[in-house]
Design a binder for this molecule. Sequence first.
Ligand SMILES: Cc1ncc(COP(=O)(O)O)c(C=O)c1O
Length: 471
Amino acid sequence: MKRYEKFAEDIAELIRSGVLGPGERVPSVRYASQTYGVSPSTVFQAYYLLERRGLIRARPRSGYFVTHNAPWQFSEPVVSSHVSDSTEVDVDVSELVFSVLDSIKDPQTVPFGSAFPSPMLFPLPRLARSLSSAARNMDPRWVVTDMSPGNPQLRRQIALRYMVGGLMLPMEELIITNGALEALNLCLQAVTQPGDLVAIEAPAFYACLQTLERLKLKAVEIPVHPRDGIDLGVLAQTLERHPIKACWCMTSFQNPMGATLPEAKKRDLVALLRKHQVPLIEDDVYAELYYGAHAPKPAKAFDTEGLVMHCGSFAKSLAPGYRIGWVAAGRYAQKVERLKLMTSLCASMPAQAAIADYLQHGGYDRHLRKLRYALEEQQAAMLSAIVRYFPAQTRVSQPAGGYFLWLELPEHMNSLKLFQMALAQGISIAPGPIFSPTQRFRNCIRLNYGSPWNVVAEKAMETLGRIIRSF
Ligand SMILES: Cc1ncc(COP(=O)(O)O)c(C=O)c1O
């Protein structure tokens, strides 16, 4: 983190904690520079950054002041606690999910409903160089030797990244897959039989629901708090009452709500599942997209018995379309590896080699810093558009990473109808019911801010706000 970023983070924390309230003046440049021992240009850079994030505004000849609609002054969505009846449900959402996904493929559509960040945010030309060099240098024997668990250089690079994050993982645990989605599917398959019960989040990522549907598994929905994630009290009761065979959960920047479990809660989650000997399938595809100073630790960091299968991906942070993900599968590694061999043998060899080359020589951390910065700014732009155009009762999540906002609109809203009306105006959104096997969350939507903000996005938010107000 650069000096001005650190200083901006300190001021942001003062605003976040209420020490500096709305409308209050932030320290003058001269005072801040003398008091904090930084140069005036560092203070200016920090204040420009906070201004771009919508936290402070300059007033001519008066200095900088905290804004009245700083992003975190929104009401947050309520906890999905009405879900806590912990009943078993069959999953049948695919038709609805496919109808939503099909309709948002048109590149002319404003992609607020998309699951992906804009490809423009990725270092595609540099990756292409890695791909061509990897293809040129590929030993033909790798086709046999690098079959699952996968390319050893890539697995070593992934293990190194875990190590830098404080997690020592034996290479044998790591299996390269066709994206995280395949890893998640194989993990669930490794620990369940048709008819089994799986604890999932409510709301949950829709592909999780589709995986349960495909494997003929039943779901028990566990409520999610919009800031700190899955409700451990309800999960504990569910584990007492039902023969749960696996828990599938996102511990950081949950899709769609954006919640991140604090470290202690991750530790408790692992302890609870250990007590019941239930494996955790940890979907952590947004792990690298954090806005704070440090990456949040995964629940896997607290796993002493190999019960956690930690799934990651390069699709959201580096190389969309290369379809490279992985799992650190703990005690289930051999089973997952064999399932991988039985379903698709291995992930694409040139793509694996390209990413291994990029991780070694391409400047991944530099790219990630830029990406996180862009996403955080885009979040501020979308939040400030919500303030301007959406009804005042709108509740919004404010995740500290990733690229989704979860919005709770007034009670009477029907987000499926809103989806159709917005699409007719060339705007996609993800309606709440696709995130639940019981199609709850009718008045909720998920919006994607993973594309650079521009006039088109601003106009689309204005139109969306107008449609919402017309209900
Ligand atoms: C929460 C979540 N998990 C997993 C995936 C799948 O990741 P991949 O593209 O690596 O298969 C996605 C993709 O949208 C996602 O949003």
